[in-house]
Design a protein around this ligand. Structure first.
Ligand SMILES: Nc1ncnc2c1ncn2[C@@H]1O[C@H](COP(=O)(O)OP(=O)(O)O)[C@@H](O)[C@H]1O
Ligand SMILES: [Mg+2]
Length: 357
């Protein structure tokens, strides 16, 4: 879906705002703290029903207001579409498509897809494995909403298993063992399916990653290798059985998709520990560009690009290369400074204290 018009009500620092977005590039200009990121976050919410800043939904509601509303009008396969989400400060929100409430909010996923670039993306390369797992899983959900169900199932079983491990006080009674068997079987089923999807995705991503990285950095061989937290040829069931005594003692599940890693390398060296800051930044951008390319290829539709303040962090060379590499389609870019060189916005919005002009 392409977004033609966006409405935010009591969302972050916006009381009520309507924005018209270009079919191509829209640039949002404003000083820090005026509401640039919040605008992108509003668009993003309709794609994922969460904030790309990784904060709880309550933080999105303008302080003092009972609920926020985000609405977008756009086009999909040349049919007009209106999607709307209510975000209450507590309880469940409502989601409407063409004014009809959806039975399950999750059914909205797939209507609008986004690719977000943010300065925090550097953490994808420099930070711990959780960020890289989340990157893969987010792309999977973009590719197909069924992956959201899979991710939720894995998280649920892990929570149940953890509760049981803690309740056991480290002792394996017959009763505990029976219940553990049930959770383990479910974790194997959903966990192995998730890992299989991650592996397949990584295979699609790797060539795009190399291409994007070369475009940004001028060369270098990028690798992205999945490192499971268990010996994969033996299967997760065997690994869970082998780990059971340790899991009971520690009160956590020590093997599974929630402990896996994606090792990123440049020219054969680990990117997290060996790459320069500039190389790490290029690799972070390349991860987003690669995800965008794969989602576009698989779904046949380019996600809306949301570029949050990314050019301020880049040197002139990389900034120019990114502008050159940006795929066609709809893009919304925020900046506190000038419009990046070479970018040709069809529309410029100015934001001051949650008011657009
Ligand atoms: N829930 C909220 N209610 C009211 N104001 C908020 C809320 N969340 C954030 N803000 C304020 O919104 C302003 C805009 O934030 P942001 O969009 O991140 O700015 P920018 O990206 O332009 O630097 C900030 O001043 C922030 O304090
Ligand atoms: Mg910002």
């Amino acid at each position: 879906m392409r977004v033609a018009r966006l409405w935010l009500t009591d969302f972050r620092n916006y009381t009520s705002v309507e924005a018209e977005l270009a079919a191509g590039l829209t640039v949002v200009v404003g000083r820090n703290g005026e509401g640039k990121t919040s605008l992108l976050e509003g668009i993003g919410y309709l794609a994922t029903l969460s904030s790309f800043r990784g904060v709880p939904n309550e933080a999105l509601v303008r302080s003092g207001a009972p609920r926020a509303v985000v609405r977008a009008e756009g086009e999909r396969e040349s049919r007009s579409l209106i999607v709307e989400a209510e975000i209450p400060t507590s309880g469940r929100g409502r989601v409407l498509v063409n004014h009809q409430p959806l039975r399950r909010s999750r059914d909205l996923l797939g209507a609008l897809r986004i690719t977000v670039f943010s300065p925090d993306d550097l953490e994808l390369v420099k930070g711990g494995p959780a960020g890289r797992r989340r990157y893969l899983d987010d792309v999977l959900v973009s590719l197909h909403p069924k992956h959201d169900a899979l991710r939720v199932d894995v998280e649920r079983v892990l929570r149940q298993r953890t509760t049981l491990l803690r309740q056991s006080g480290g002792r394996l009674t017959a009763e505990i063992a029976t219940t553990l068997d049930v959770w383990d079987a479910q974790l194997v089923e959903h966990g192995e399916a998730l890992v299989a999807a991650r592996l397949e995705l990584l295979q699609r991503l790797e060539p795009e990653l190399t291409k994007a990285y070369a475009g940004l950095a001028g060369g270098g061989q990028v690798s992205a290798r999945y490192e499971a937290s268990w010996p994969m040829d033996g299967g997760l069931a065997a690994a869970l059985a082998a780990s059971r005594a340790n899991d009971l003692r520690r009160g956590v599940t020590l093997v599974g998709p929630h402990r896996d890693e994606v090792a990123l390398g440049i020219d054969g060296l680990p990117a997290r520990t060996h790459a320069s800051q500039g190389e790490q930044r290029s690799l972070a951008l390349a991860l987003r560009l690669a995800a965008h390319a794969v989602v576009r290829e698989v779904t046949g539709e380019p996600p809306v690009l949301l570029l949050d303040d990314v050019f301020s962090e880049l040197d002139a060379g990389r900034s120019h290369a990114l502008v050159e590499l940006l795929p066609s389609g709809q893009a919304v870019l925020t900046t506190a400074g000038p419009v990046p060189e070479g970018a040709e916005p069809e529309r410029v919005l100015r934001v001051e204290s949650g008011v657009l002009s």
